[in-house]
Design a protein around this ligand. Structure first.
Ligand code: NAD
Length: 312
């Protein structure tokens, strides 16, 4: 039985925790939202799956400060801007053999995590699973997904493969990736175009695609992502990237979907992960002498919208 802590148990953390516990692992959901933790401990985690009666899943939850036991595996699932604080808080849970997995969206997370534990125990990736946090103690799950995972240190390949097996045994359809940095950049570039523009323009993906400006905007954003990715050894070809994003405008693909940044900012007036998407490209571009004016402007505009919408 693997002892697993989910560090950041919102929508995605709760999904992963629920699925990992269901296959016999010892899981604890850690979260800083006290009302969410209390609801889970009082009523169980409510899991809504389309077409099924809601499940009440008994699963232990705690504030990150309340657990001190060393874990076998920690799965990070905060929002990007909460990651540093979470890593600081969970230091007592990290032993010399604890494997830490990061599947957050966004760029720059491996560098952040490396400040708190050795590279040999860090595993990063992406996931195409989705989940919604419907209220304290309640998640809504639909669709299928997958996970791509790789070790940060070259000699930790076997440990990465063992984690892939752990996740797959829980139905999370994990795969070992030989170039996860490329996948992370590619996903960040999708989010840095569709999420940021749909949030700023208050539209869904199909509506964005119907504008005559969409191609120009995407081309400019993607070109800067590609130039900065190259400074990290990642070959993000602009034409391939655009060919990957454009079909998502089709209503039968992701078309009538409002991306998560729209949901966070416009619908729920919550802070966004912009500093780890377009903001990362703008920051690293500036540091490395690459012009990134479009991503800089988008980052500033999203922060302006946050200032206008989010109550202090
Ligand atoms: P989330 O917003 O559901 O939860 C993140 C944190 O915010 C949790 O600690 C949660 O408790 C807290 N939180 C949420 N609502 C709150 C409220 N009303 N009051 C107080 N605290 C609240 O985040 P998520 O969607 O699980 O995303 C985690 C990471 O996974 C992000 O990097 C995200 O981009 C990525 N991701 C999300 C999805 C998805 O479908 N949700 C899919 C793939 C990747």
């Amino acid at each position: 039985m693997t002892k697993i802590a989910i560090a950041g148990s919102g929508a995605m953390g709760s999904r992963f925790g629920y699925m990992l516990q269901a296959t016999g692992n010892s899981v604890v959901l850690l979260d800083n939202w006290a009302a969410h933790v209390q609801a889970i401990n009082t009523n169980g985690l409510t899991v809504n799956i389309a077409g099924q009666a809601p499940l009440q899943v008994q699963i232990p939850a705690a504030l990150p400060t309340d657990i001190k036991e060393i874990q076998d595996v920690i799965i990070l699932f905060t929002k990007s801007m909460q990651l540093t604080n979470m890593l600081q808080t969970i230091q007592p849970l990290i032993g010399p053999k604890t494997k830490v997995v990061c599947l957050l969206n966004g760029l720059g997370h491996p560098e952040t995590i490396e400040r708190y534990l050795p590279k040999t125990n860090i595993f990063v990736g992406i996931t195409l699973w989705t989940a919604g946090l419907t209220g304290p103690g309640e998640i809504t799950l639909s669709g299928s997904g997958s996970v791509e995972l790789q070790n940060v240190a070259p000699d930790s390949q076997n440990a990465a493969k063992a984690l892939v097996e752990l996740l797959s045994a829980a139905g999370l359809k994990a795969h070992y990736s030989t170039d996860v940095l490329f996948s992370i950049w590619r996903k960040a570039c999708v989010n840095g175009t569709l999420n940021s523009l749909c949030a700023l323009l208050d539209c869904n993906i199909a509506q964005l695609g119907q504008t005559s400006q969409a191609t120009t905007l995407l081309t400019a954003i993607v070109a800067e992502f590609s130039a900065v990715a190259a400074t990290e050894g990642v070959d993000l070809q602009p034409a391939e990237m655009l060919a990957h994003i454009m079909p998502l405008f089709n209503p039968e693909e992701a078309g009538d979907h409002y991306p998560s940044m729209h949901q966070d900012l416009i619908q729920h007036h919550r802070p966004t992960e912009i500093d780890y998407l377009n903001g990362y490209v703008a920051r690293k571009g500036t540091e490395r002498g690459i012009a990134t004016p479009v991503n800089q402007l988008i980052t500033e505009l999203v922060h302006t919208k946050e200032a206008l919408l989010i109550e202090k």
